[in-house]
Design a protein around this ligand. Structure first.
Ligand code: IMP
Length: 176
């Protein structure tokens, strides 16, 4: 049987400092604008909660949930919305809040789907970014941390629905 081991990558203190920096930048960039944050469930729920509490400007929030179909657990790009927005976004400034960008397939499809509704802007704030694994060109506008190609859990991110509750971000390692 394969066992797993957790190795600390980012402590809660480090995460807290970085999320505050991002919140400050977003507040400056969107000052005086009508901002809607769109959180991608489930992974982004903790990041989004901390982000909006660090911001100094008002915003509204909504959530989407996506399912990616295809072989195995890998992202296929065949992405469907299983929980849609409840807010009309035409003419709105939309900032997607995502836990992690990996291949980029999920987010690029979500961006396309949202653009069909004619928002005035769509940008991306990703807590983590695995740039080396990108399969489609996608650059997040705000990134918490760039990370290497490793599987990470905690701070909302899961492995089979486990570990979301961890306050730190850890690398999940297999030990044979
Ligand atoms: P993408 O379409 O390959 O960019 O997939 C992004 C989604 O895959 C994220 O929203 C996560 O749900 C999941 N994911 C990718 N890498 C990790 C990881 O290291 N830990 C937990 N979830 C991950």
């Amino acid at each position: 049987m394969t066992e797993t081991k957790l190795e600390l990558l980012f402590s809660r203190e480090k995460i807290d400092g970085r999320v505050r920096e991002l919140a400050g930048r977003i507040s400056r960039d969107y000052e005086g604008r009508d901002l809607l944050l769109v959180g991608v469930l489930k992974g982004a729920f903790i990041f989004m909660a901390d982000l909006i509490r660090g911001m100094s400007i008002p915003c509204r929030v909504d959530f989407v949930r996506l399912a990616s179909y295809g072989a195995g657990s890998r992202s296929s790009g065949d992405v469907r919305i299983t929980k849609d927005l409840e807010t009309p976004i035409a003419g709105r400034e939309v900032l997607i809040v995502e836990d992690i960008v990996d291949t980029g397939l999920t987010l690029s499809r979500l961006i396309d789907l949202l653009r069909e509704q004619k928002p005035s802007s769509v940008r991306v704030c990703a807590f983590l970014d695995k740039q080396q694994r990108r399969r489609v060109p996608l650059t997040a506008d705000y990134v918490g941390f760039a990370i290497p190609d490793a599987f990470v859990v905690g701070y909302g991110l899961d492995f089979n629905e486990n570990f979301r509750f961890l306050p730190d971000v850890c690398i999940l390692k297999d030990i044979a």
